[in-house]
Design a protein. Structure first.
Length: 565
């Protein structure tokens, strides 16, 4: 710094001397009879060269000094780069509390990541240099063309340049979008992706993107593949549309059975540790997984008849190291069979978690009777579809509620989730009957459910001397609940050994007994605001208590949303 100060003093003296010389020149030129053109050209030369250079150098000096000052003044700039990198990656990828509550779908998450990344880049040159040189900050490569997100070619190019060799492909295309412009780029970089998430409207686009991996000139390193075919729906709305009960034709499948691409696709699947498929038709009878696969999700698809459902289950059982299996909104048809076929017993020896969500009675029956009992946790989310099944495309048969309960009596269900449409039709008598069919249940999660006295009574565990099978709950989660007789929760808690309770909802008075009416709520109606005594009682009795906002719906109830895995 001393050197800068000394040079600055000399510069100040020189500039003062130069200023005095310029002032003298102005006075002397008026008395000099020399030719004016010679003086003018020499002044022009000084203005165009010396003054330009001095102006640039002074501006650069000011910028350098300001940057140096800011670096010294900011604690963040004194951090080692590796610490800044960790902070940046948390900022870019870790969702905020609001985002966790909203449970963003894939497109919104991609937008959020790049908005944060570019915000960090624009803070200062130090942060920009750290971010630009951090490969992990650019590992998500957006290949996007939708009405909502638009075309993101610059973001794609920057991520490919800076993301290194373990990148994540995030491809999103609506029905009217066009990803053709990206294909050459994908061909050149397919071997650099370790994971891919593809959400497109048409089978053709899905096949074209997968082709870049199947025909890559270099060995691919893909370990995680998530593919979603939304058909006519936009990527943002696919989770809200019902699955069509449509028997797939040969041309509906991702590849024809005897296509030369089918064996290449099967080979690629054997390299995966994680596979998620939504809406795409696959020949499951031709697929065998390797010991690498640990996570498998099947979403929102009509497989055909029960034979195709069994093909899927057999393929899943070939993954001897499978830990996590999710089957969500899947339809298969009985074909009018008078009685259930003898289902094979399939072993999943390493399975730790099985989720069955929004499945009709037939699919539930096939899955529960085919998967051998084990140590895995079984989570079951029931919706209105669970009380019926499809014989054929246009033939839906409804099932007696007692038959549904009988099906669950032989299954060790660990967690039960009930929400919205099914909750409204599940009165206290049926709810009690359903719980009695699941004596091993540990966790109950209810969303959009209304609680009066008799509803609370349905959750109360009978006294041991009654010898009535009933679960001994350890966790109770109530979301977006209508709480009338809110004191009834005490009776429920006292009858179980609950160690965790999560609750959010509106407290309702006795004058609001019209359950079916749409009632406007105020935030003052929330449990924590108007019944703090209940909250304090729960905290004194239950080891873990969480009070959520009244209208919060947990991620468990949004499993069908397509996310940026």
């Amino acid at each position: 710094m001393q050197r800068c100060e000394e040079a600055g003093s000399l510069l100040s003296i020189a500039l003062r001397s130069y200023l005095e010389s310029c002032s003298y020149l102005e006075t002397a030129s008026l008395q000099d009879n020399a030719r004016p053109t010679d003086l003018i050209s020499r002044i022009d030369s000084a203005l165009n060269s010396l003054h330009t250079v001095l102006g640039q150098q002074l501006a650069q000096s000011r910028s350098i000094l300001a940057r140096t000052r800011n670096k010294r003044a900011s604690p963040l700039c004194r951090f080692p780069n590796e610490v800044l990198v960790e902070i940046f990656l948390d900022v870019i990828y870790v969702p905020t509390e609001e985002e966790r509550m909203a449970h963003l779908e894939m497109g919104s998450t991609v937008q959020t990541i790049f908005r944060r990344l570019h915000a960090l880049n624009n803070v200062c040159s130090v942060w920009r240099n750290v971010a630009v040189n951090c490969k992990s900050a650019w590992r998500v490569v957006p290949v996007v063309d939708t009405e909502l997100l638009g075309y993101k070619s610059l973001a794609t190019d920057l991520s490919l340049q800076r993301g290194g060799d373990r990148m994540h492909l995030a491809a999103i295309q609506s029905h009217s979008g066009d990803l053709l412009k990206y294909y050459k780029t994908l061909d050149e970089h397919a071997h650099s992706f370790s994971s891919a998430n593809i959400c497109v409207a048409s089978k053709a686009h899905l096949g074209d993107i997968l082709l870049t991996f199947l025909e890559s000139k270099h060995p691919i390193t893909l370990s995680s593949l998530s593919i979603s075919q939304t058909h006519r729906a936009s990527p943002e709305e696919a989770h809200t549309t019902e699955v069509e009960s449509h028997i797939p034709e040969p041309y509906d499948y991702l590849y024809y059975k005897f296509s030369p691409l089918q064996p290449l696709f099967c080979k690629m699947l054997q390299s995966l540790a994680t596979l998620r498929i939504s809406g795409a038709f696959v020949h499951w009878d031709m697929i065998t997984f390797s010991t690498r696969l640990t996570e498998l999700h099947l979403h929102r698809v009509t497989l055909g008849y029960n034979s195709e459902l069994l093909d899927f289950l057999q393929a899943a059982s070939s993954a001897s190291e499978l830990r996590n299996l999710k089957i969500i909104s899947v339809i298969s048809m009985t074909g009018g069979a008078a009685s259930p076929a003898p289902y094979p017993t399939l072993s999943f020896s390493k399975l730790q978690y099985l989720l069955l969500e929004d499945l009709d009675y037939n699919v539930l029956q096939v899955v529960l009777r085919s998967i051998a009992p084990g140590s895995h946790r079984l989570s079951l989310m029931l919706e209105g579809s669970s009380s019926a099944f499809h014989e054929e495309e246009d033939t839906k048969v409804y099932v007696d509620f007692d038959n549904l309960c009988t099906l669950f009596e032989t299954s060790a269900i660990d967690t039960l989730l009930l929400k919205a449409a099914f909750s409204w039709t599940l009165g206290p008598i049926r709810l009690g009957k359903l719980l009695r069919s699941m004596p091993e249940l540990k966790t109950l999660k209810l969303a959009s459910y209304t609680f009066r006295g008799d509803n609370w009574d349905a959750l109360i565990r009978p006294a041991p001397e009654a010898s009535i099978p009933f679960p001994k709950l350890e966790e109770l989660h109530l979301s977006w609940a209508g709480l009338f007789d809110v004191d009834g929760i005490k009776r429920v808690v006292e009858s179980h050994s609950i160690r965790k309770i999560v609750i959010g909802g509106y407290v309702r008075g006795e004058t609001e007994m019209e359950m079916e009416m749409e009632i406007e709520h105020d935030s003052s109606d929330e449990l924590g605001d108007v019944r703090a005594d209940i909250v304090e009682w729960l905290k004194a009795v239950v080891p873990e208590v969480r009070i959520n906002p009244a209208e919060y719906i947990p991620p468990d109830f949004k499993q069908r949303w397509w996310r940026l895995w």
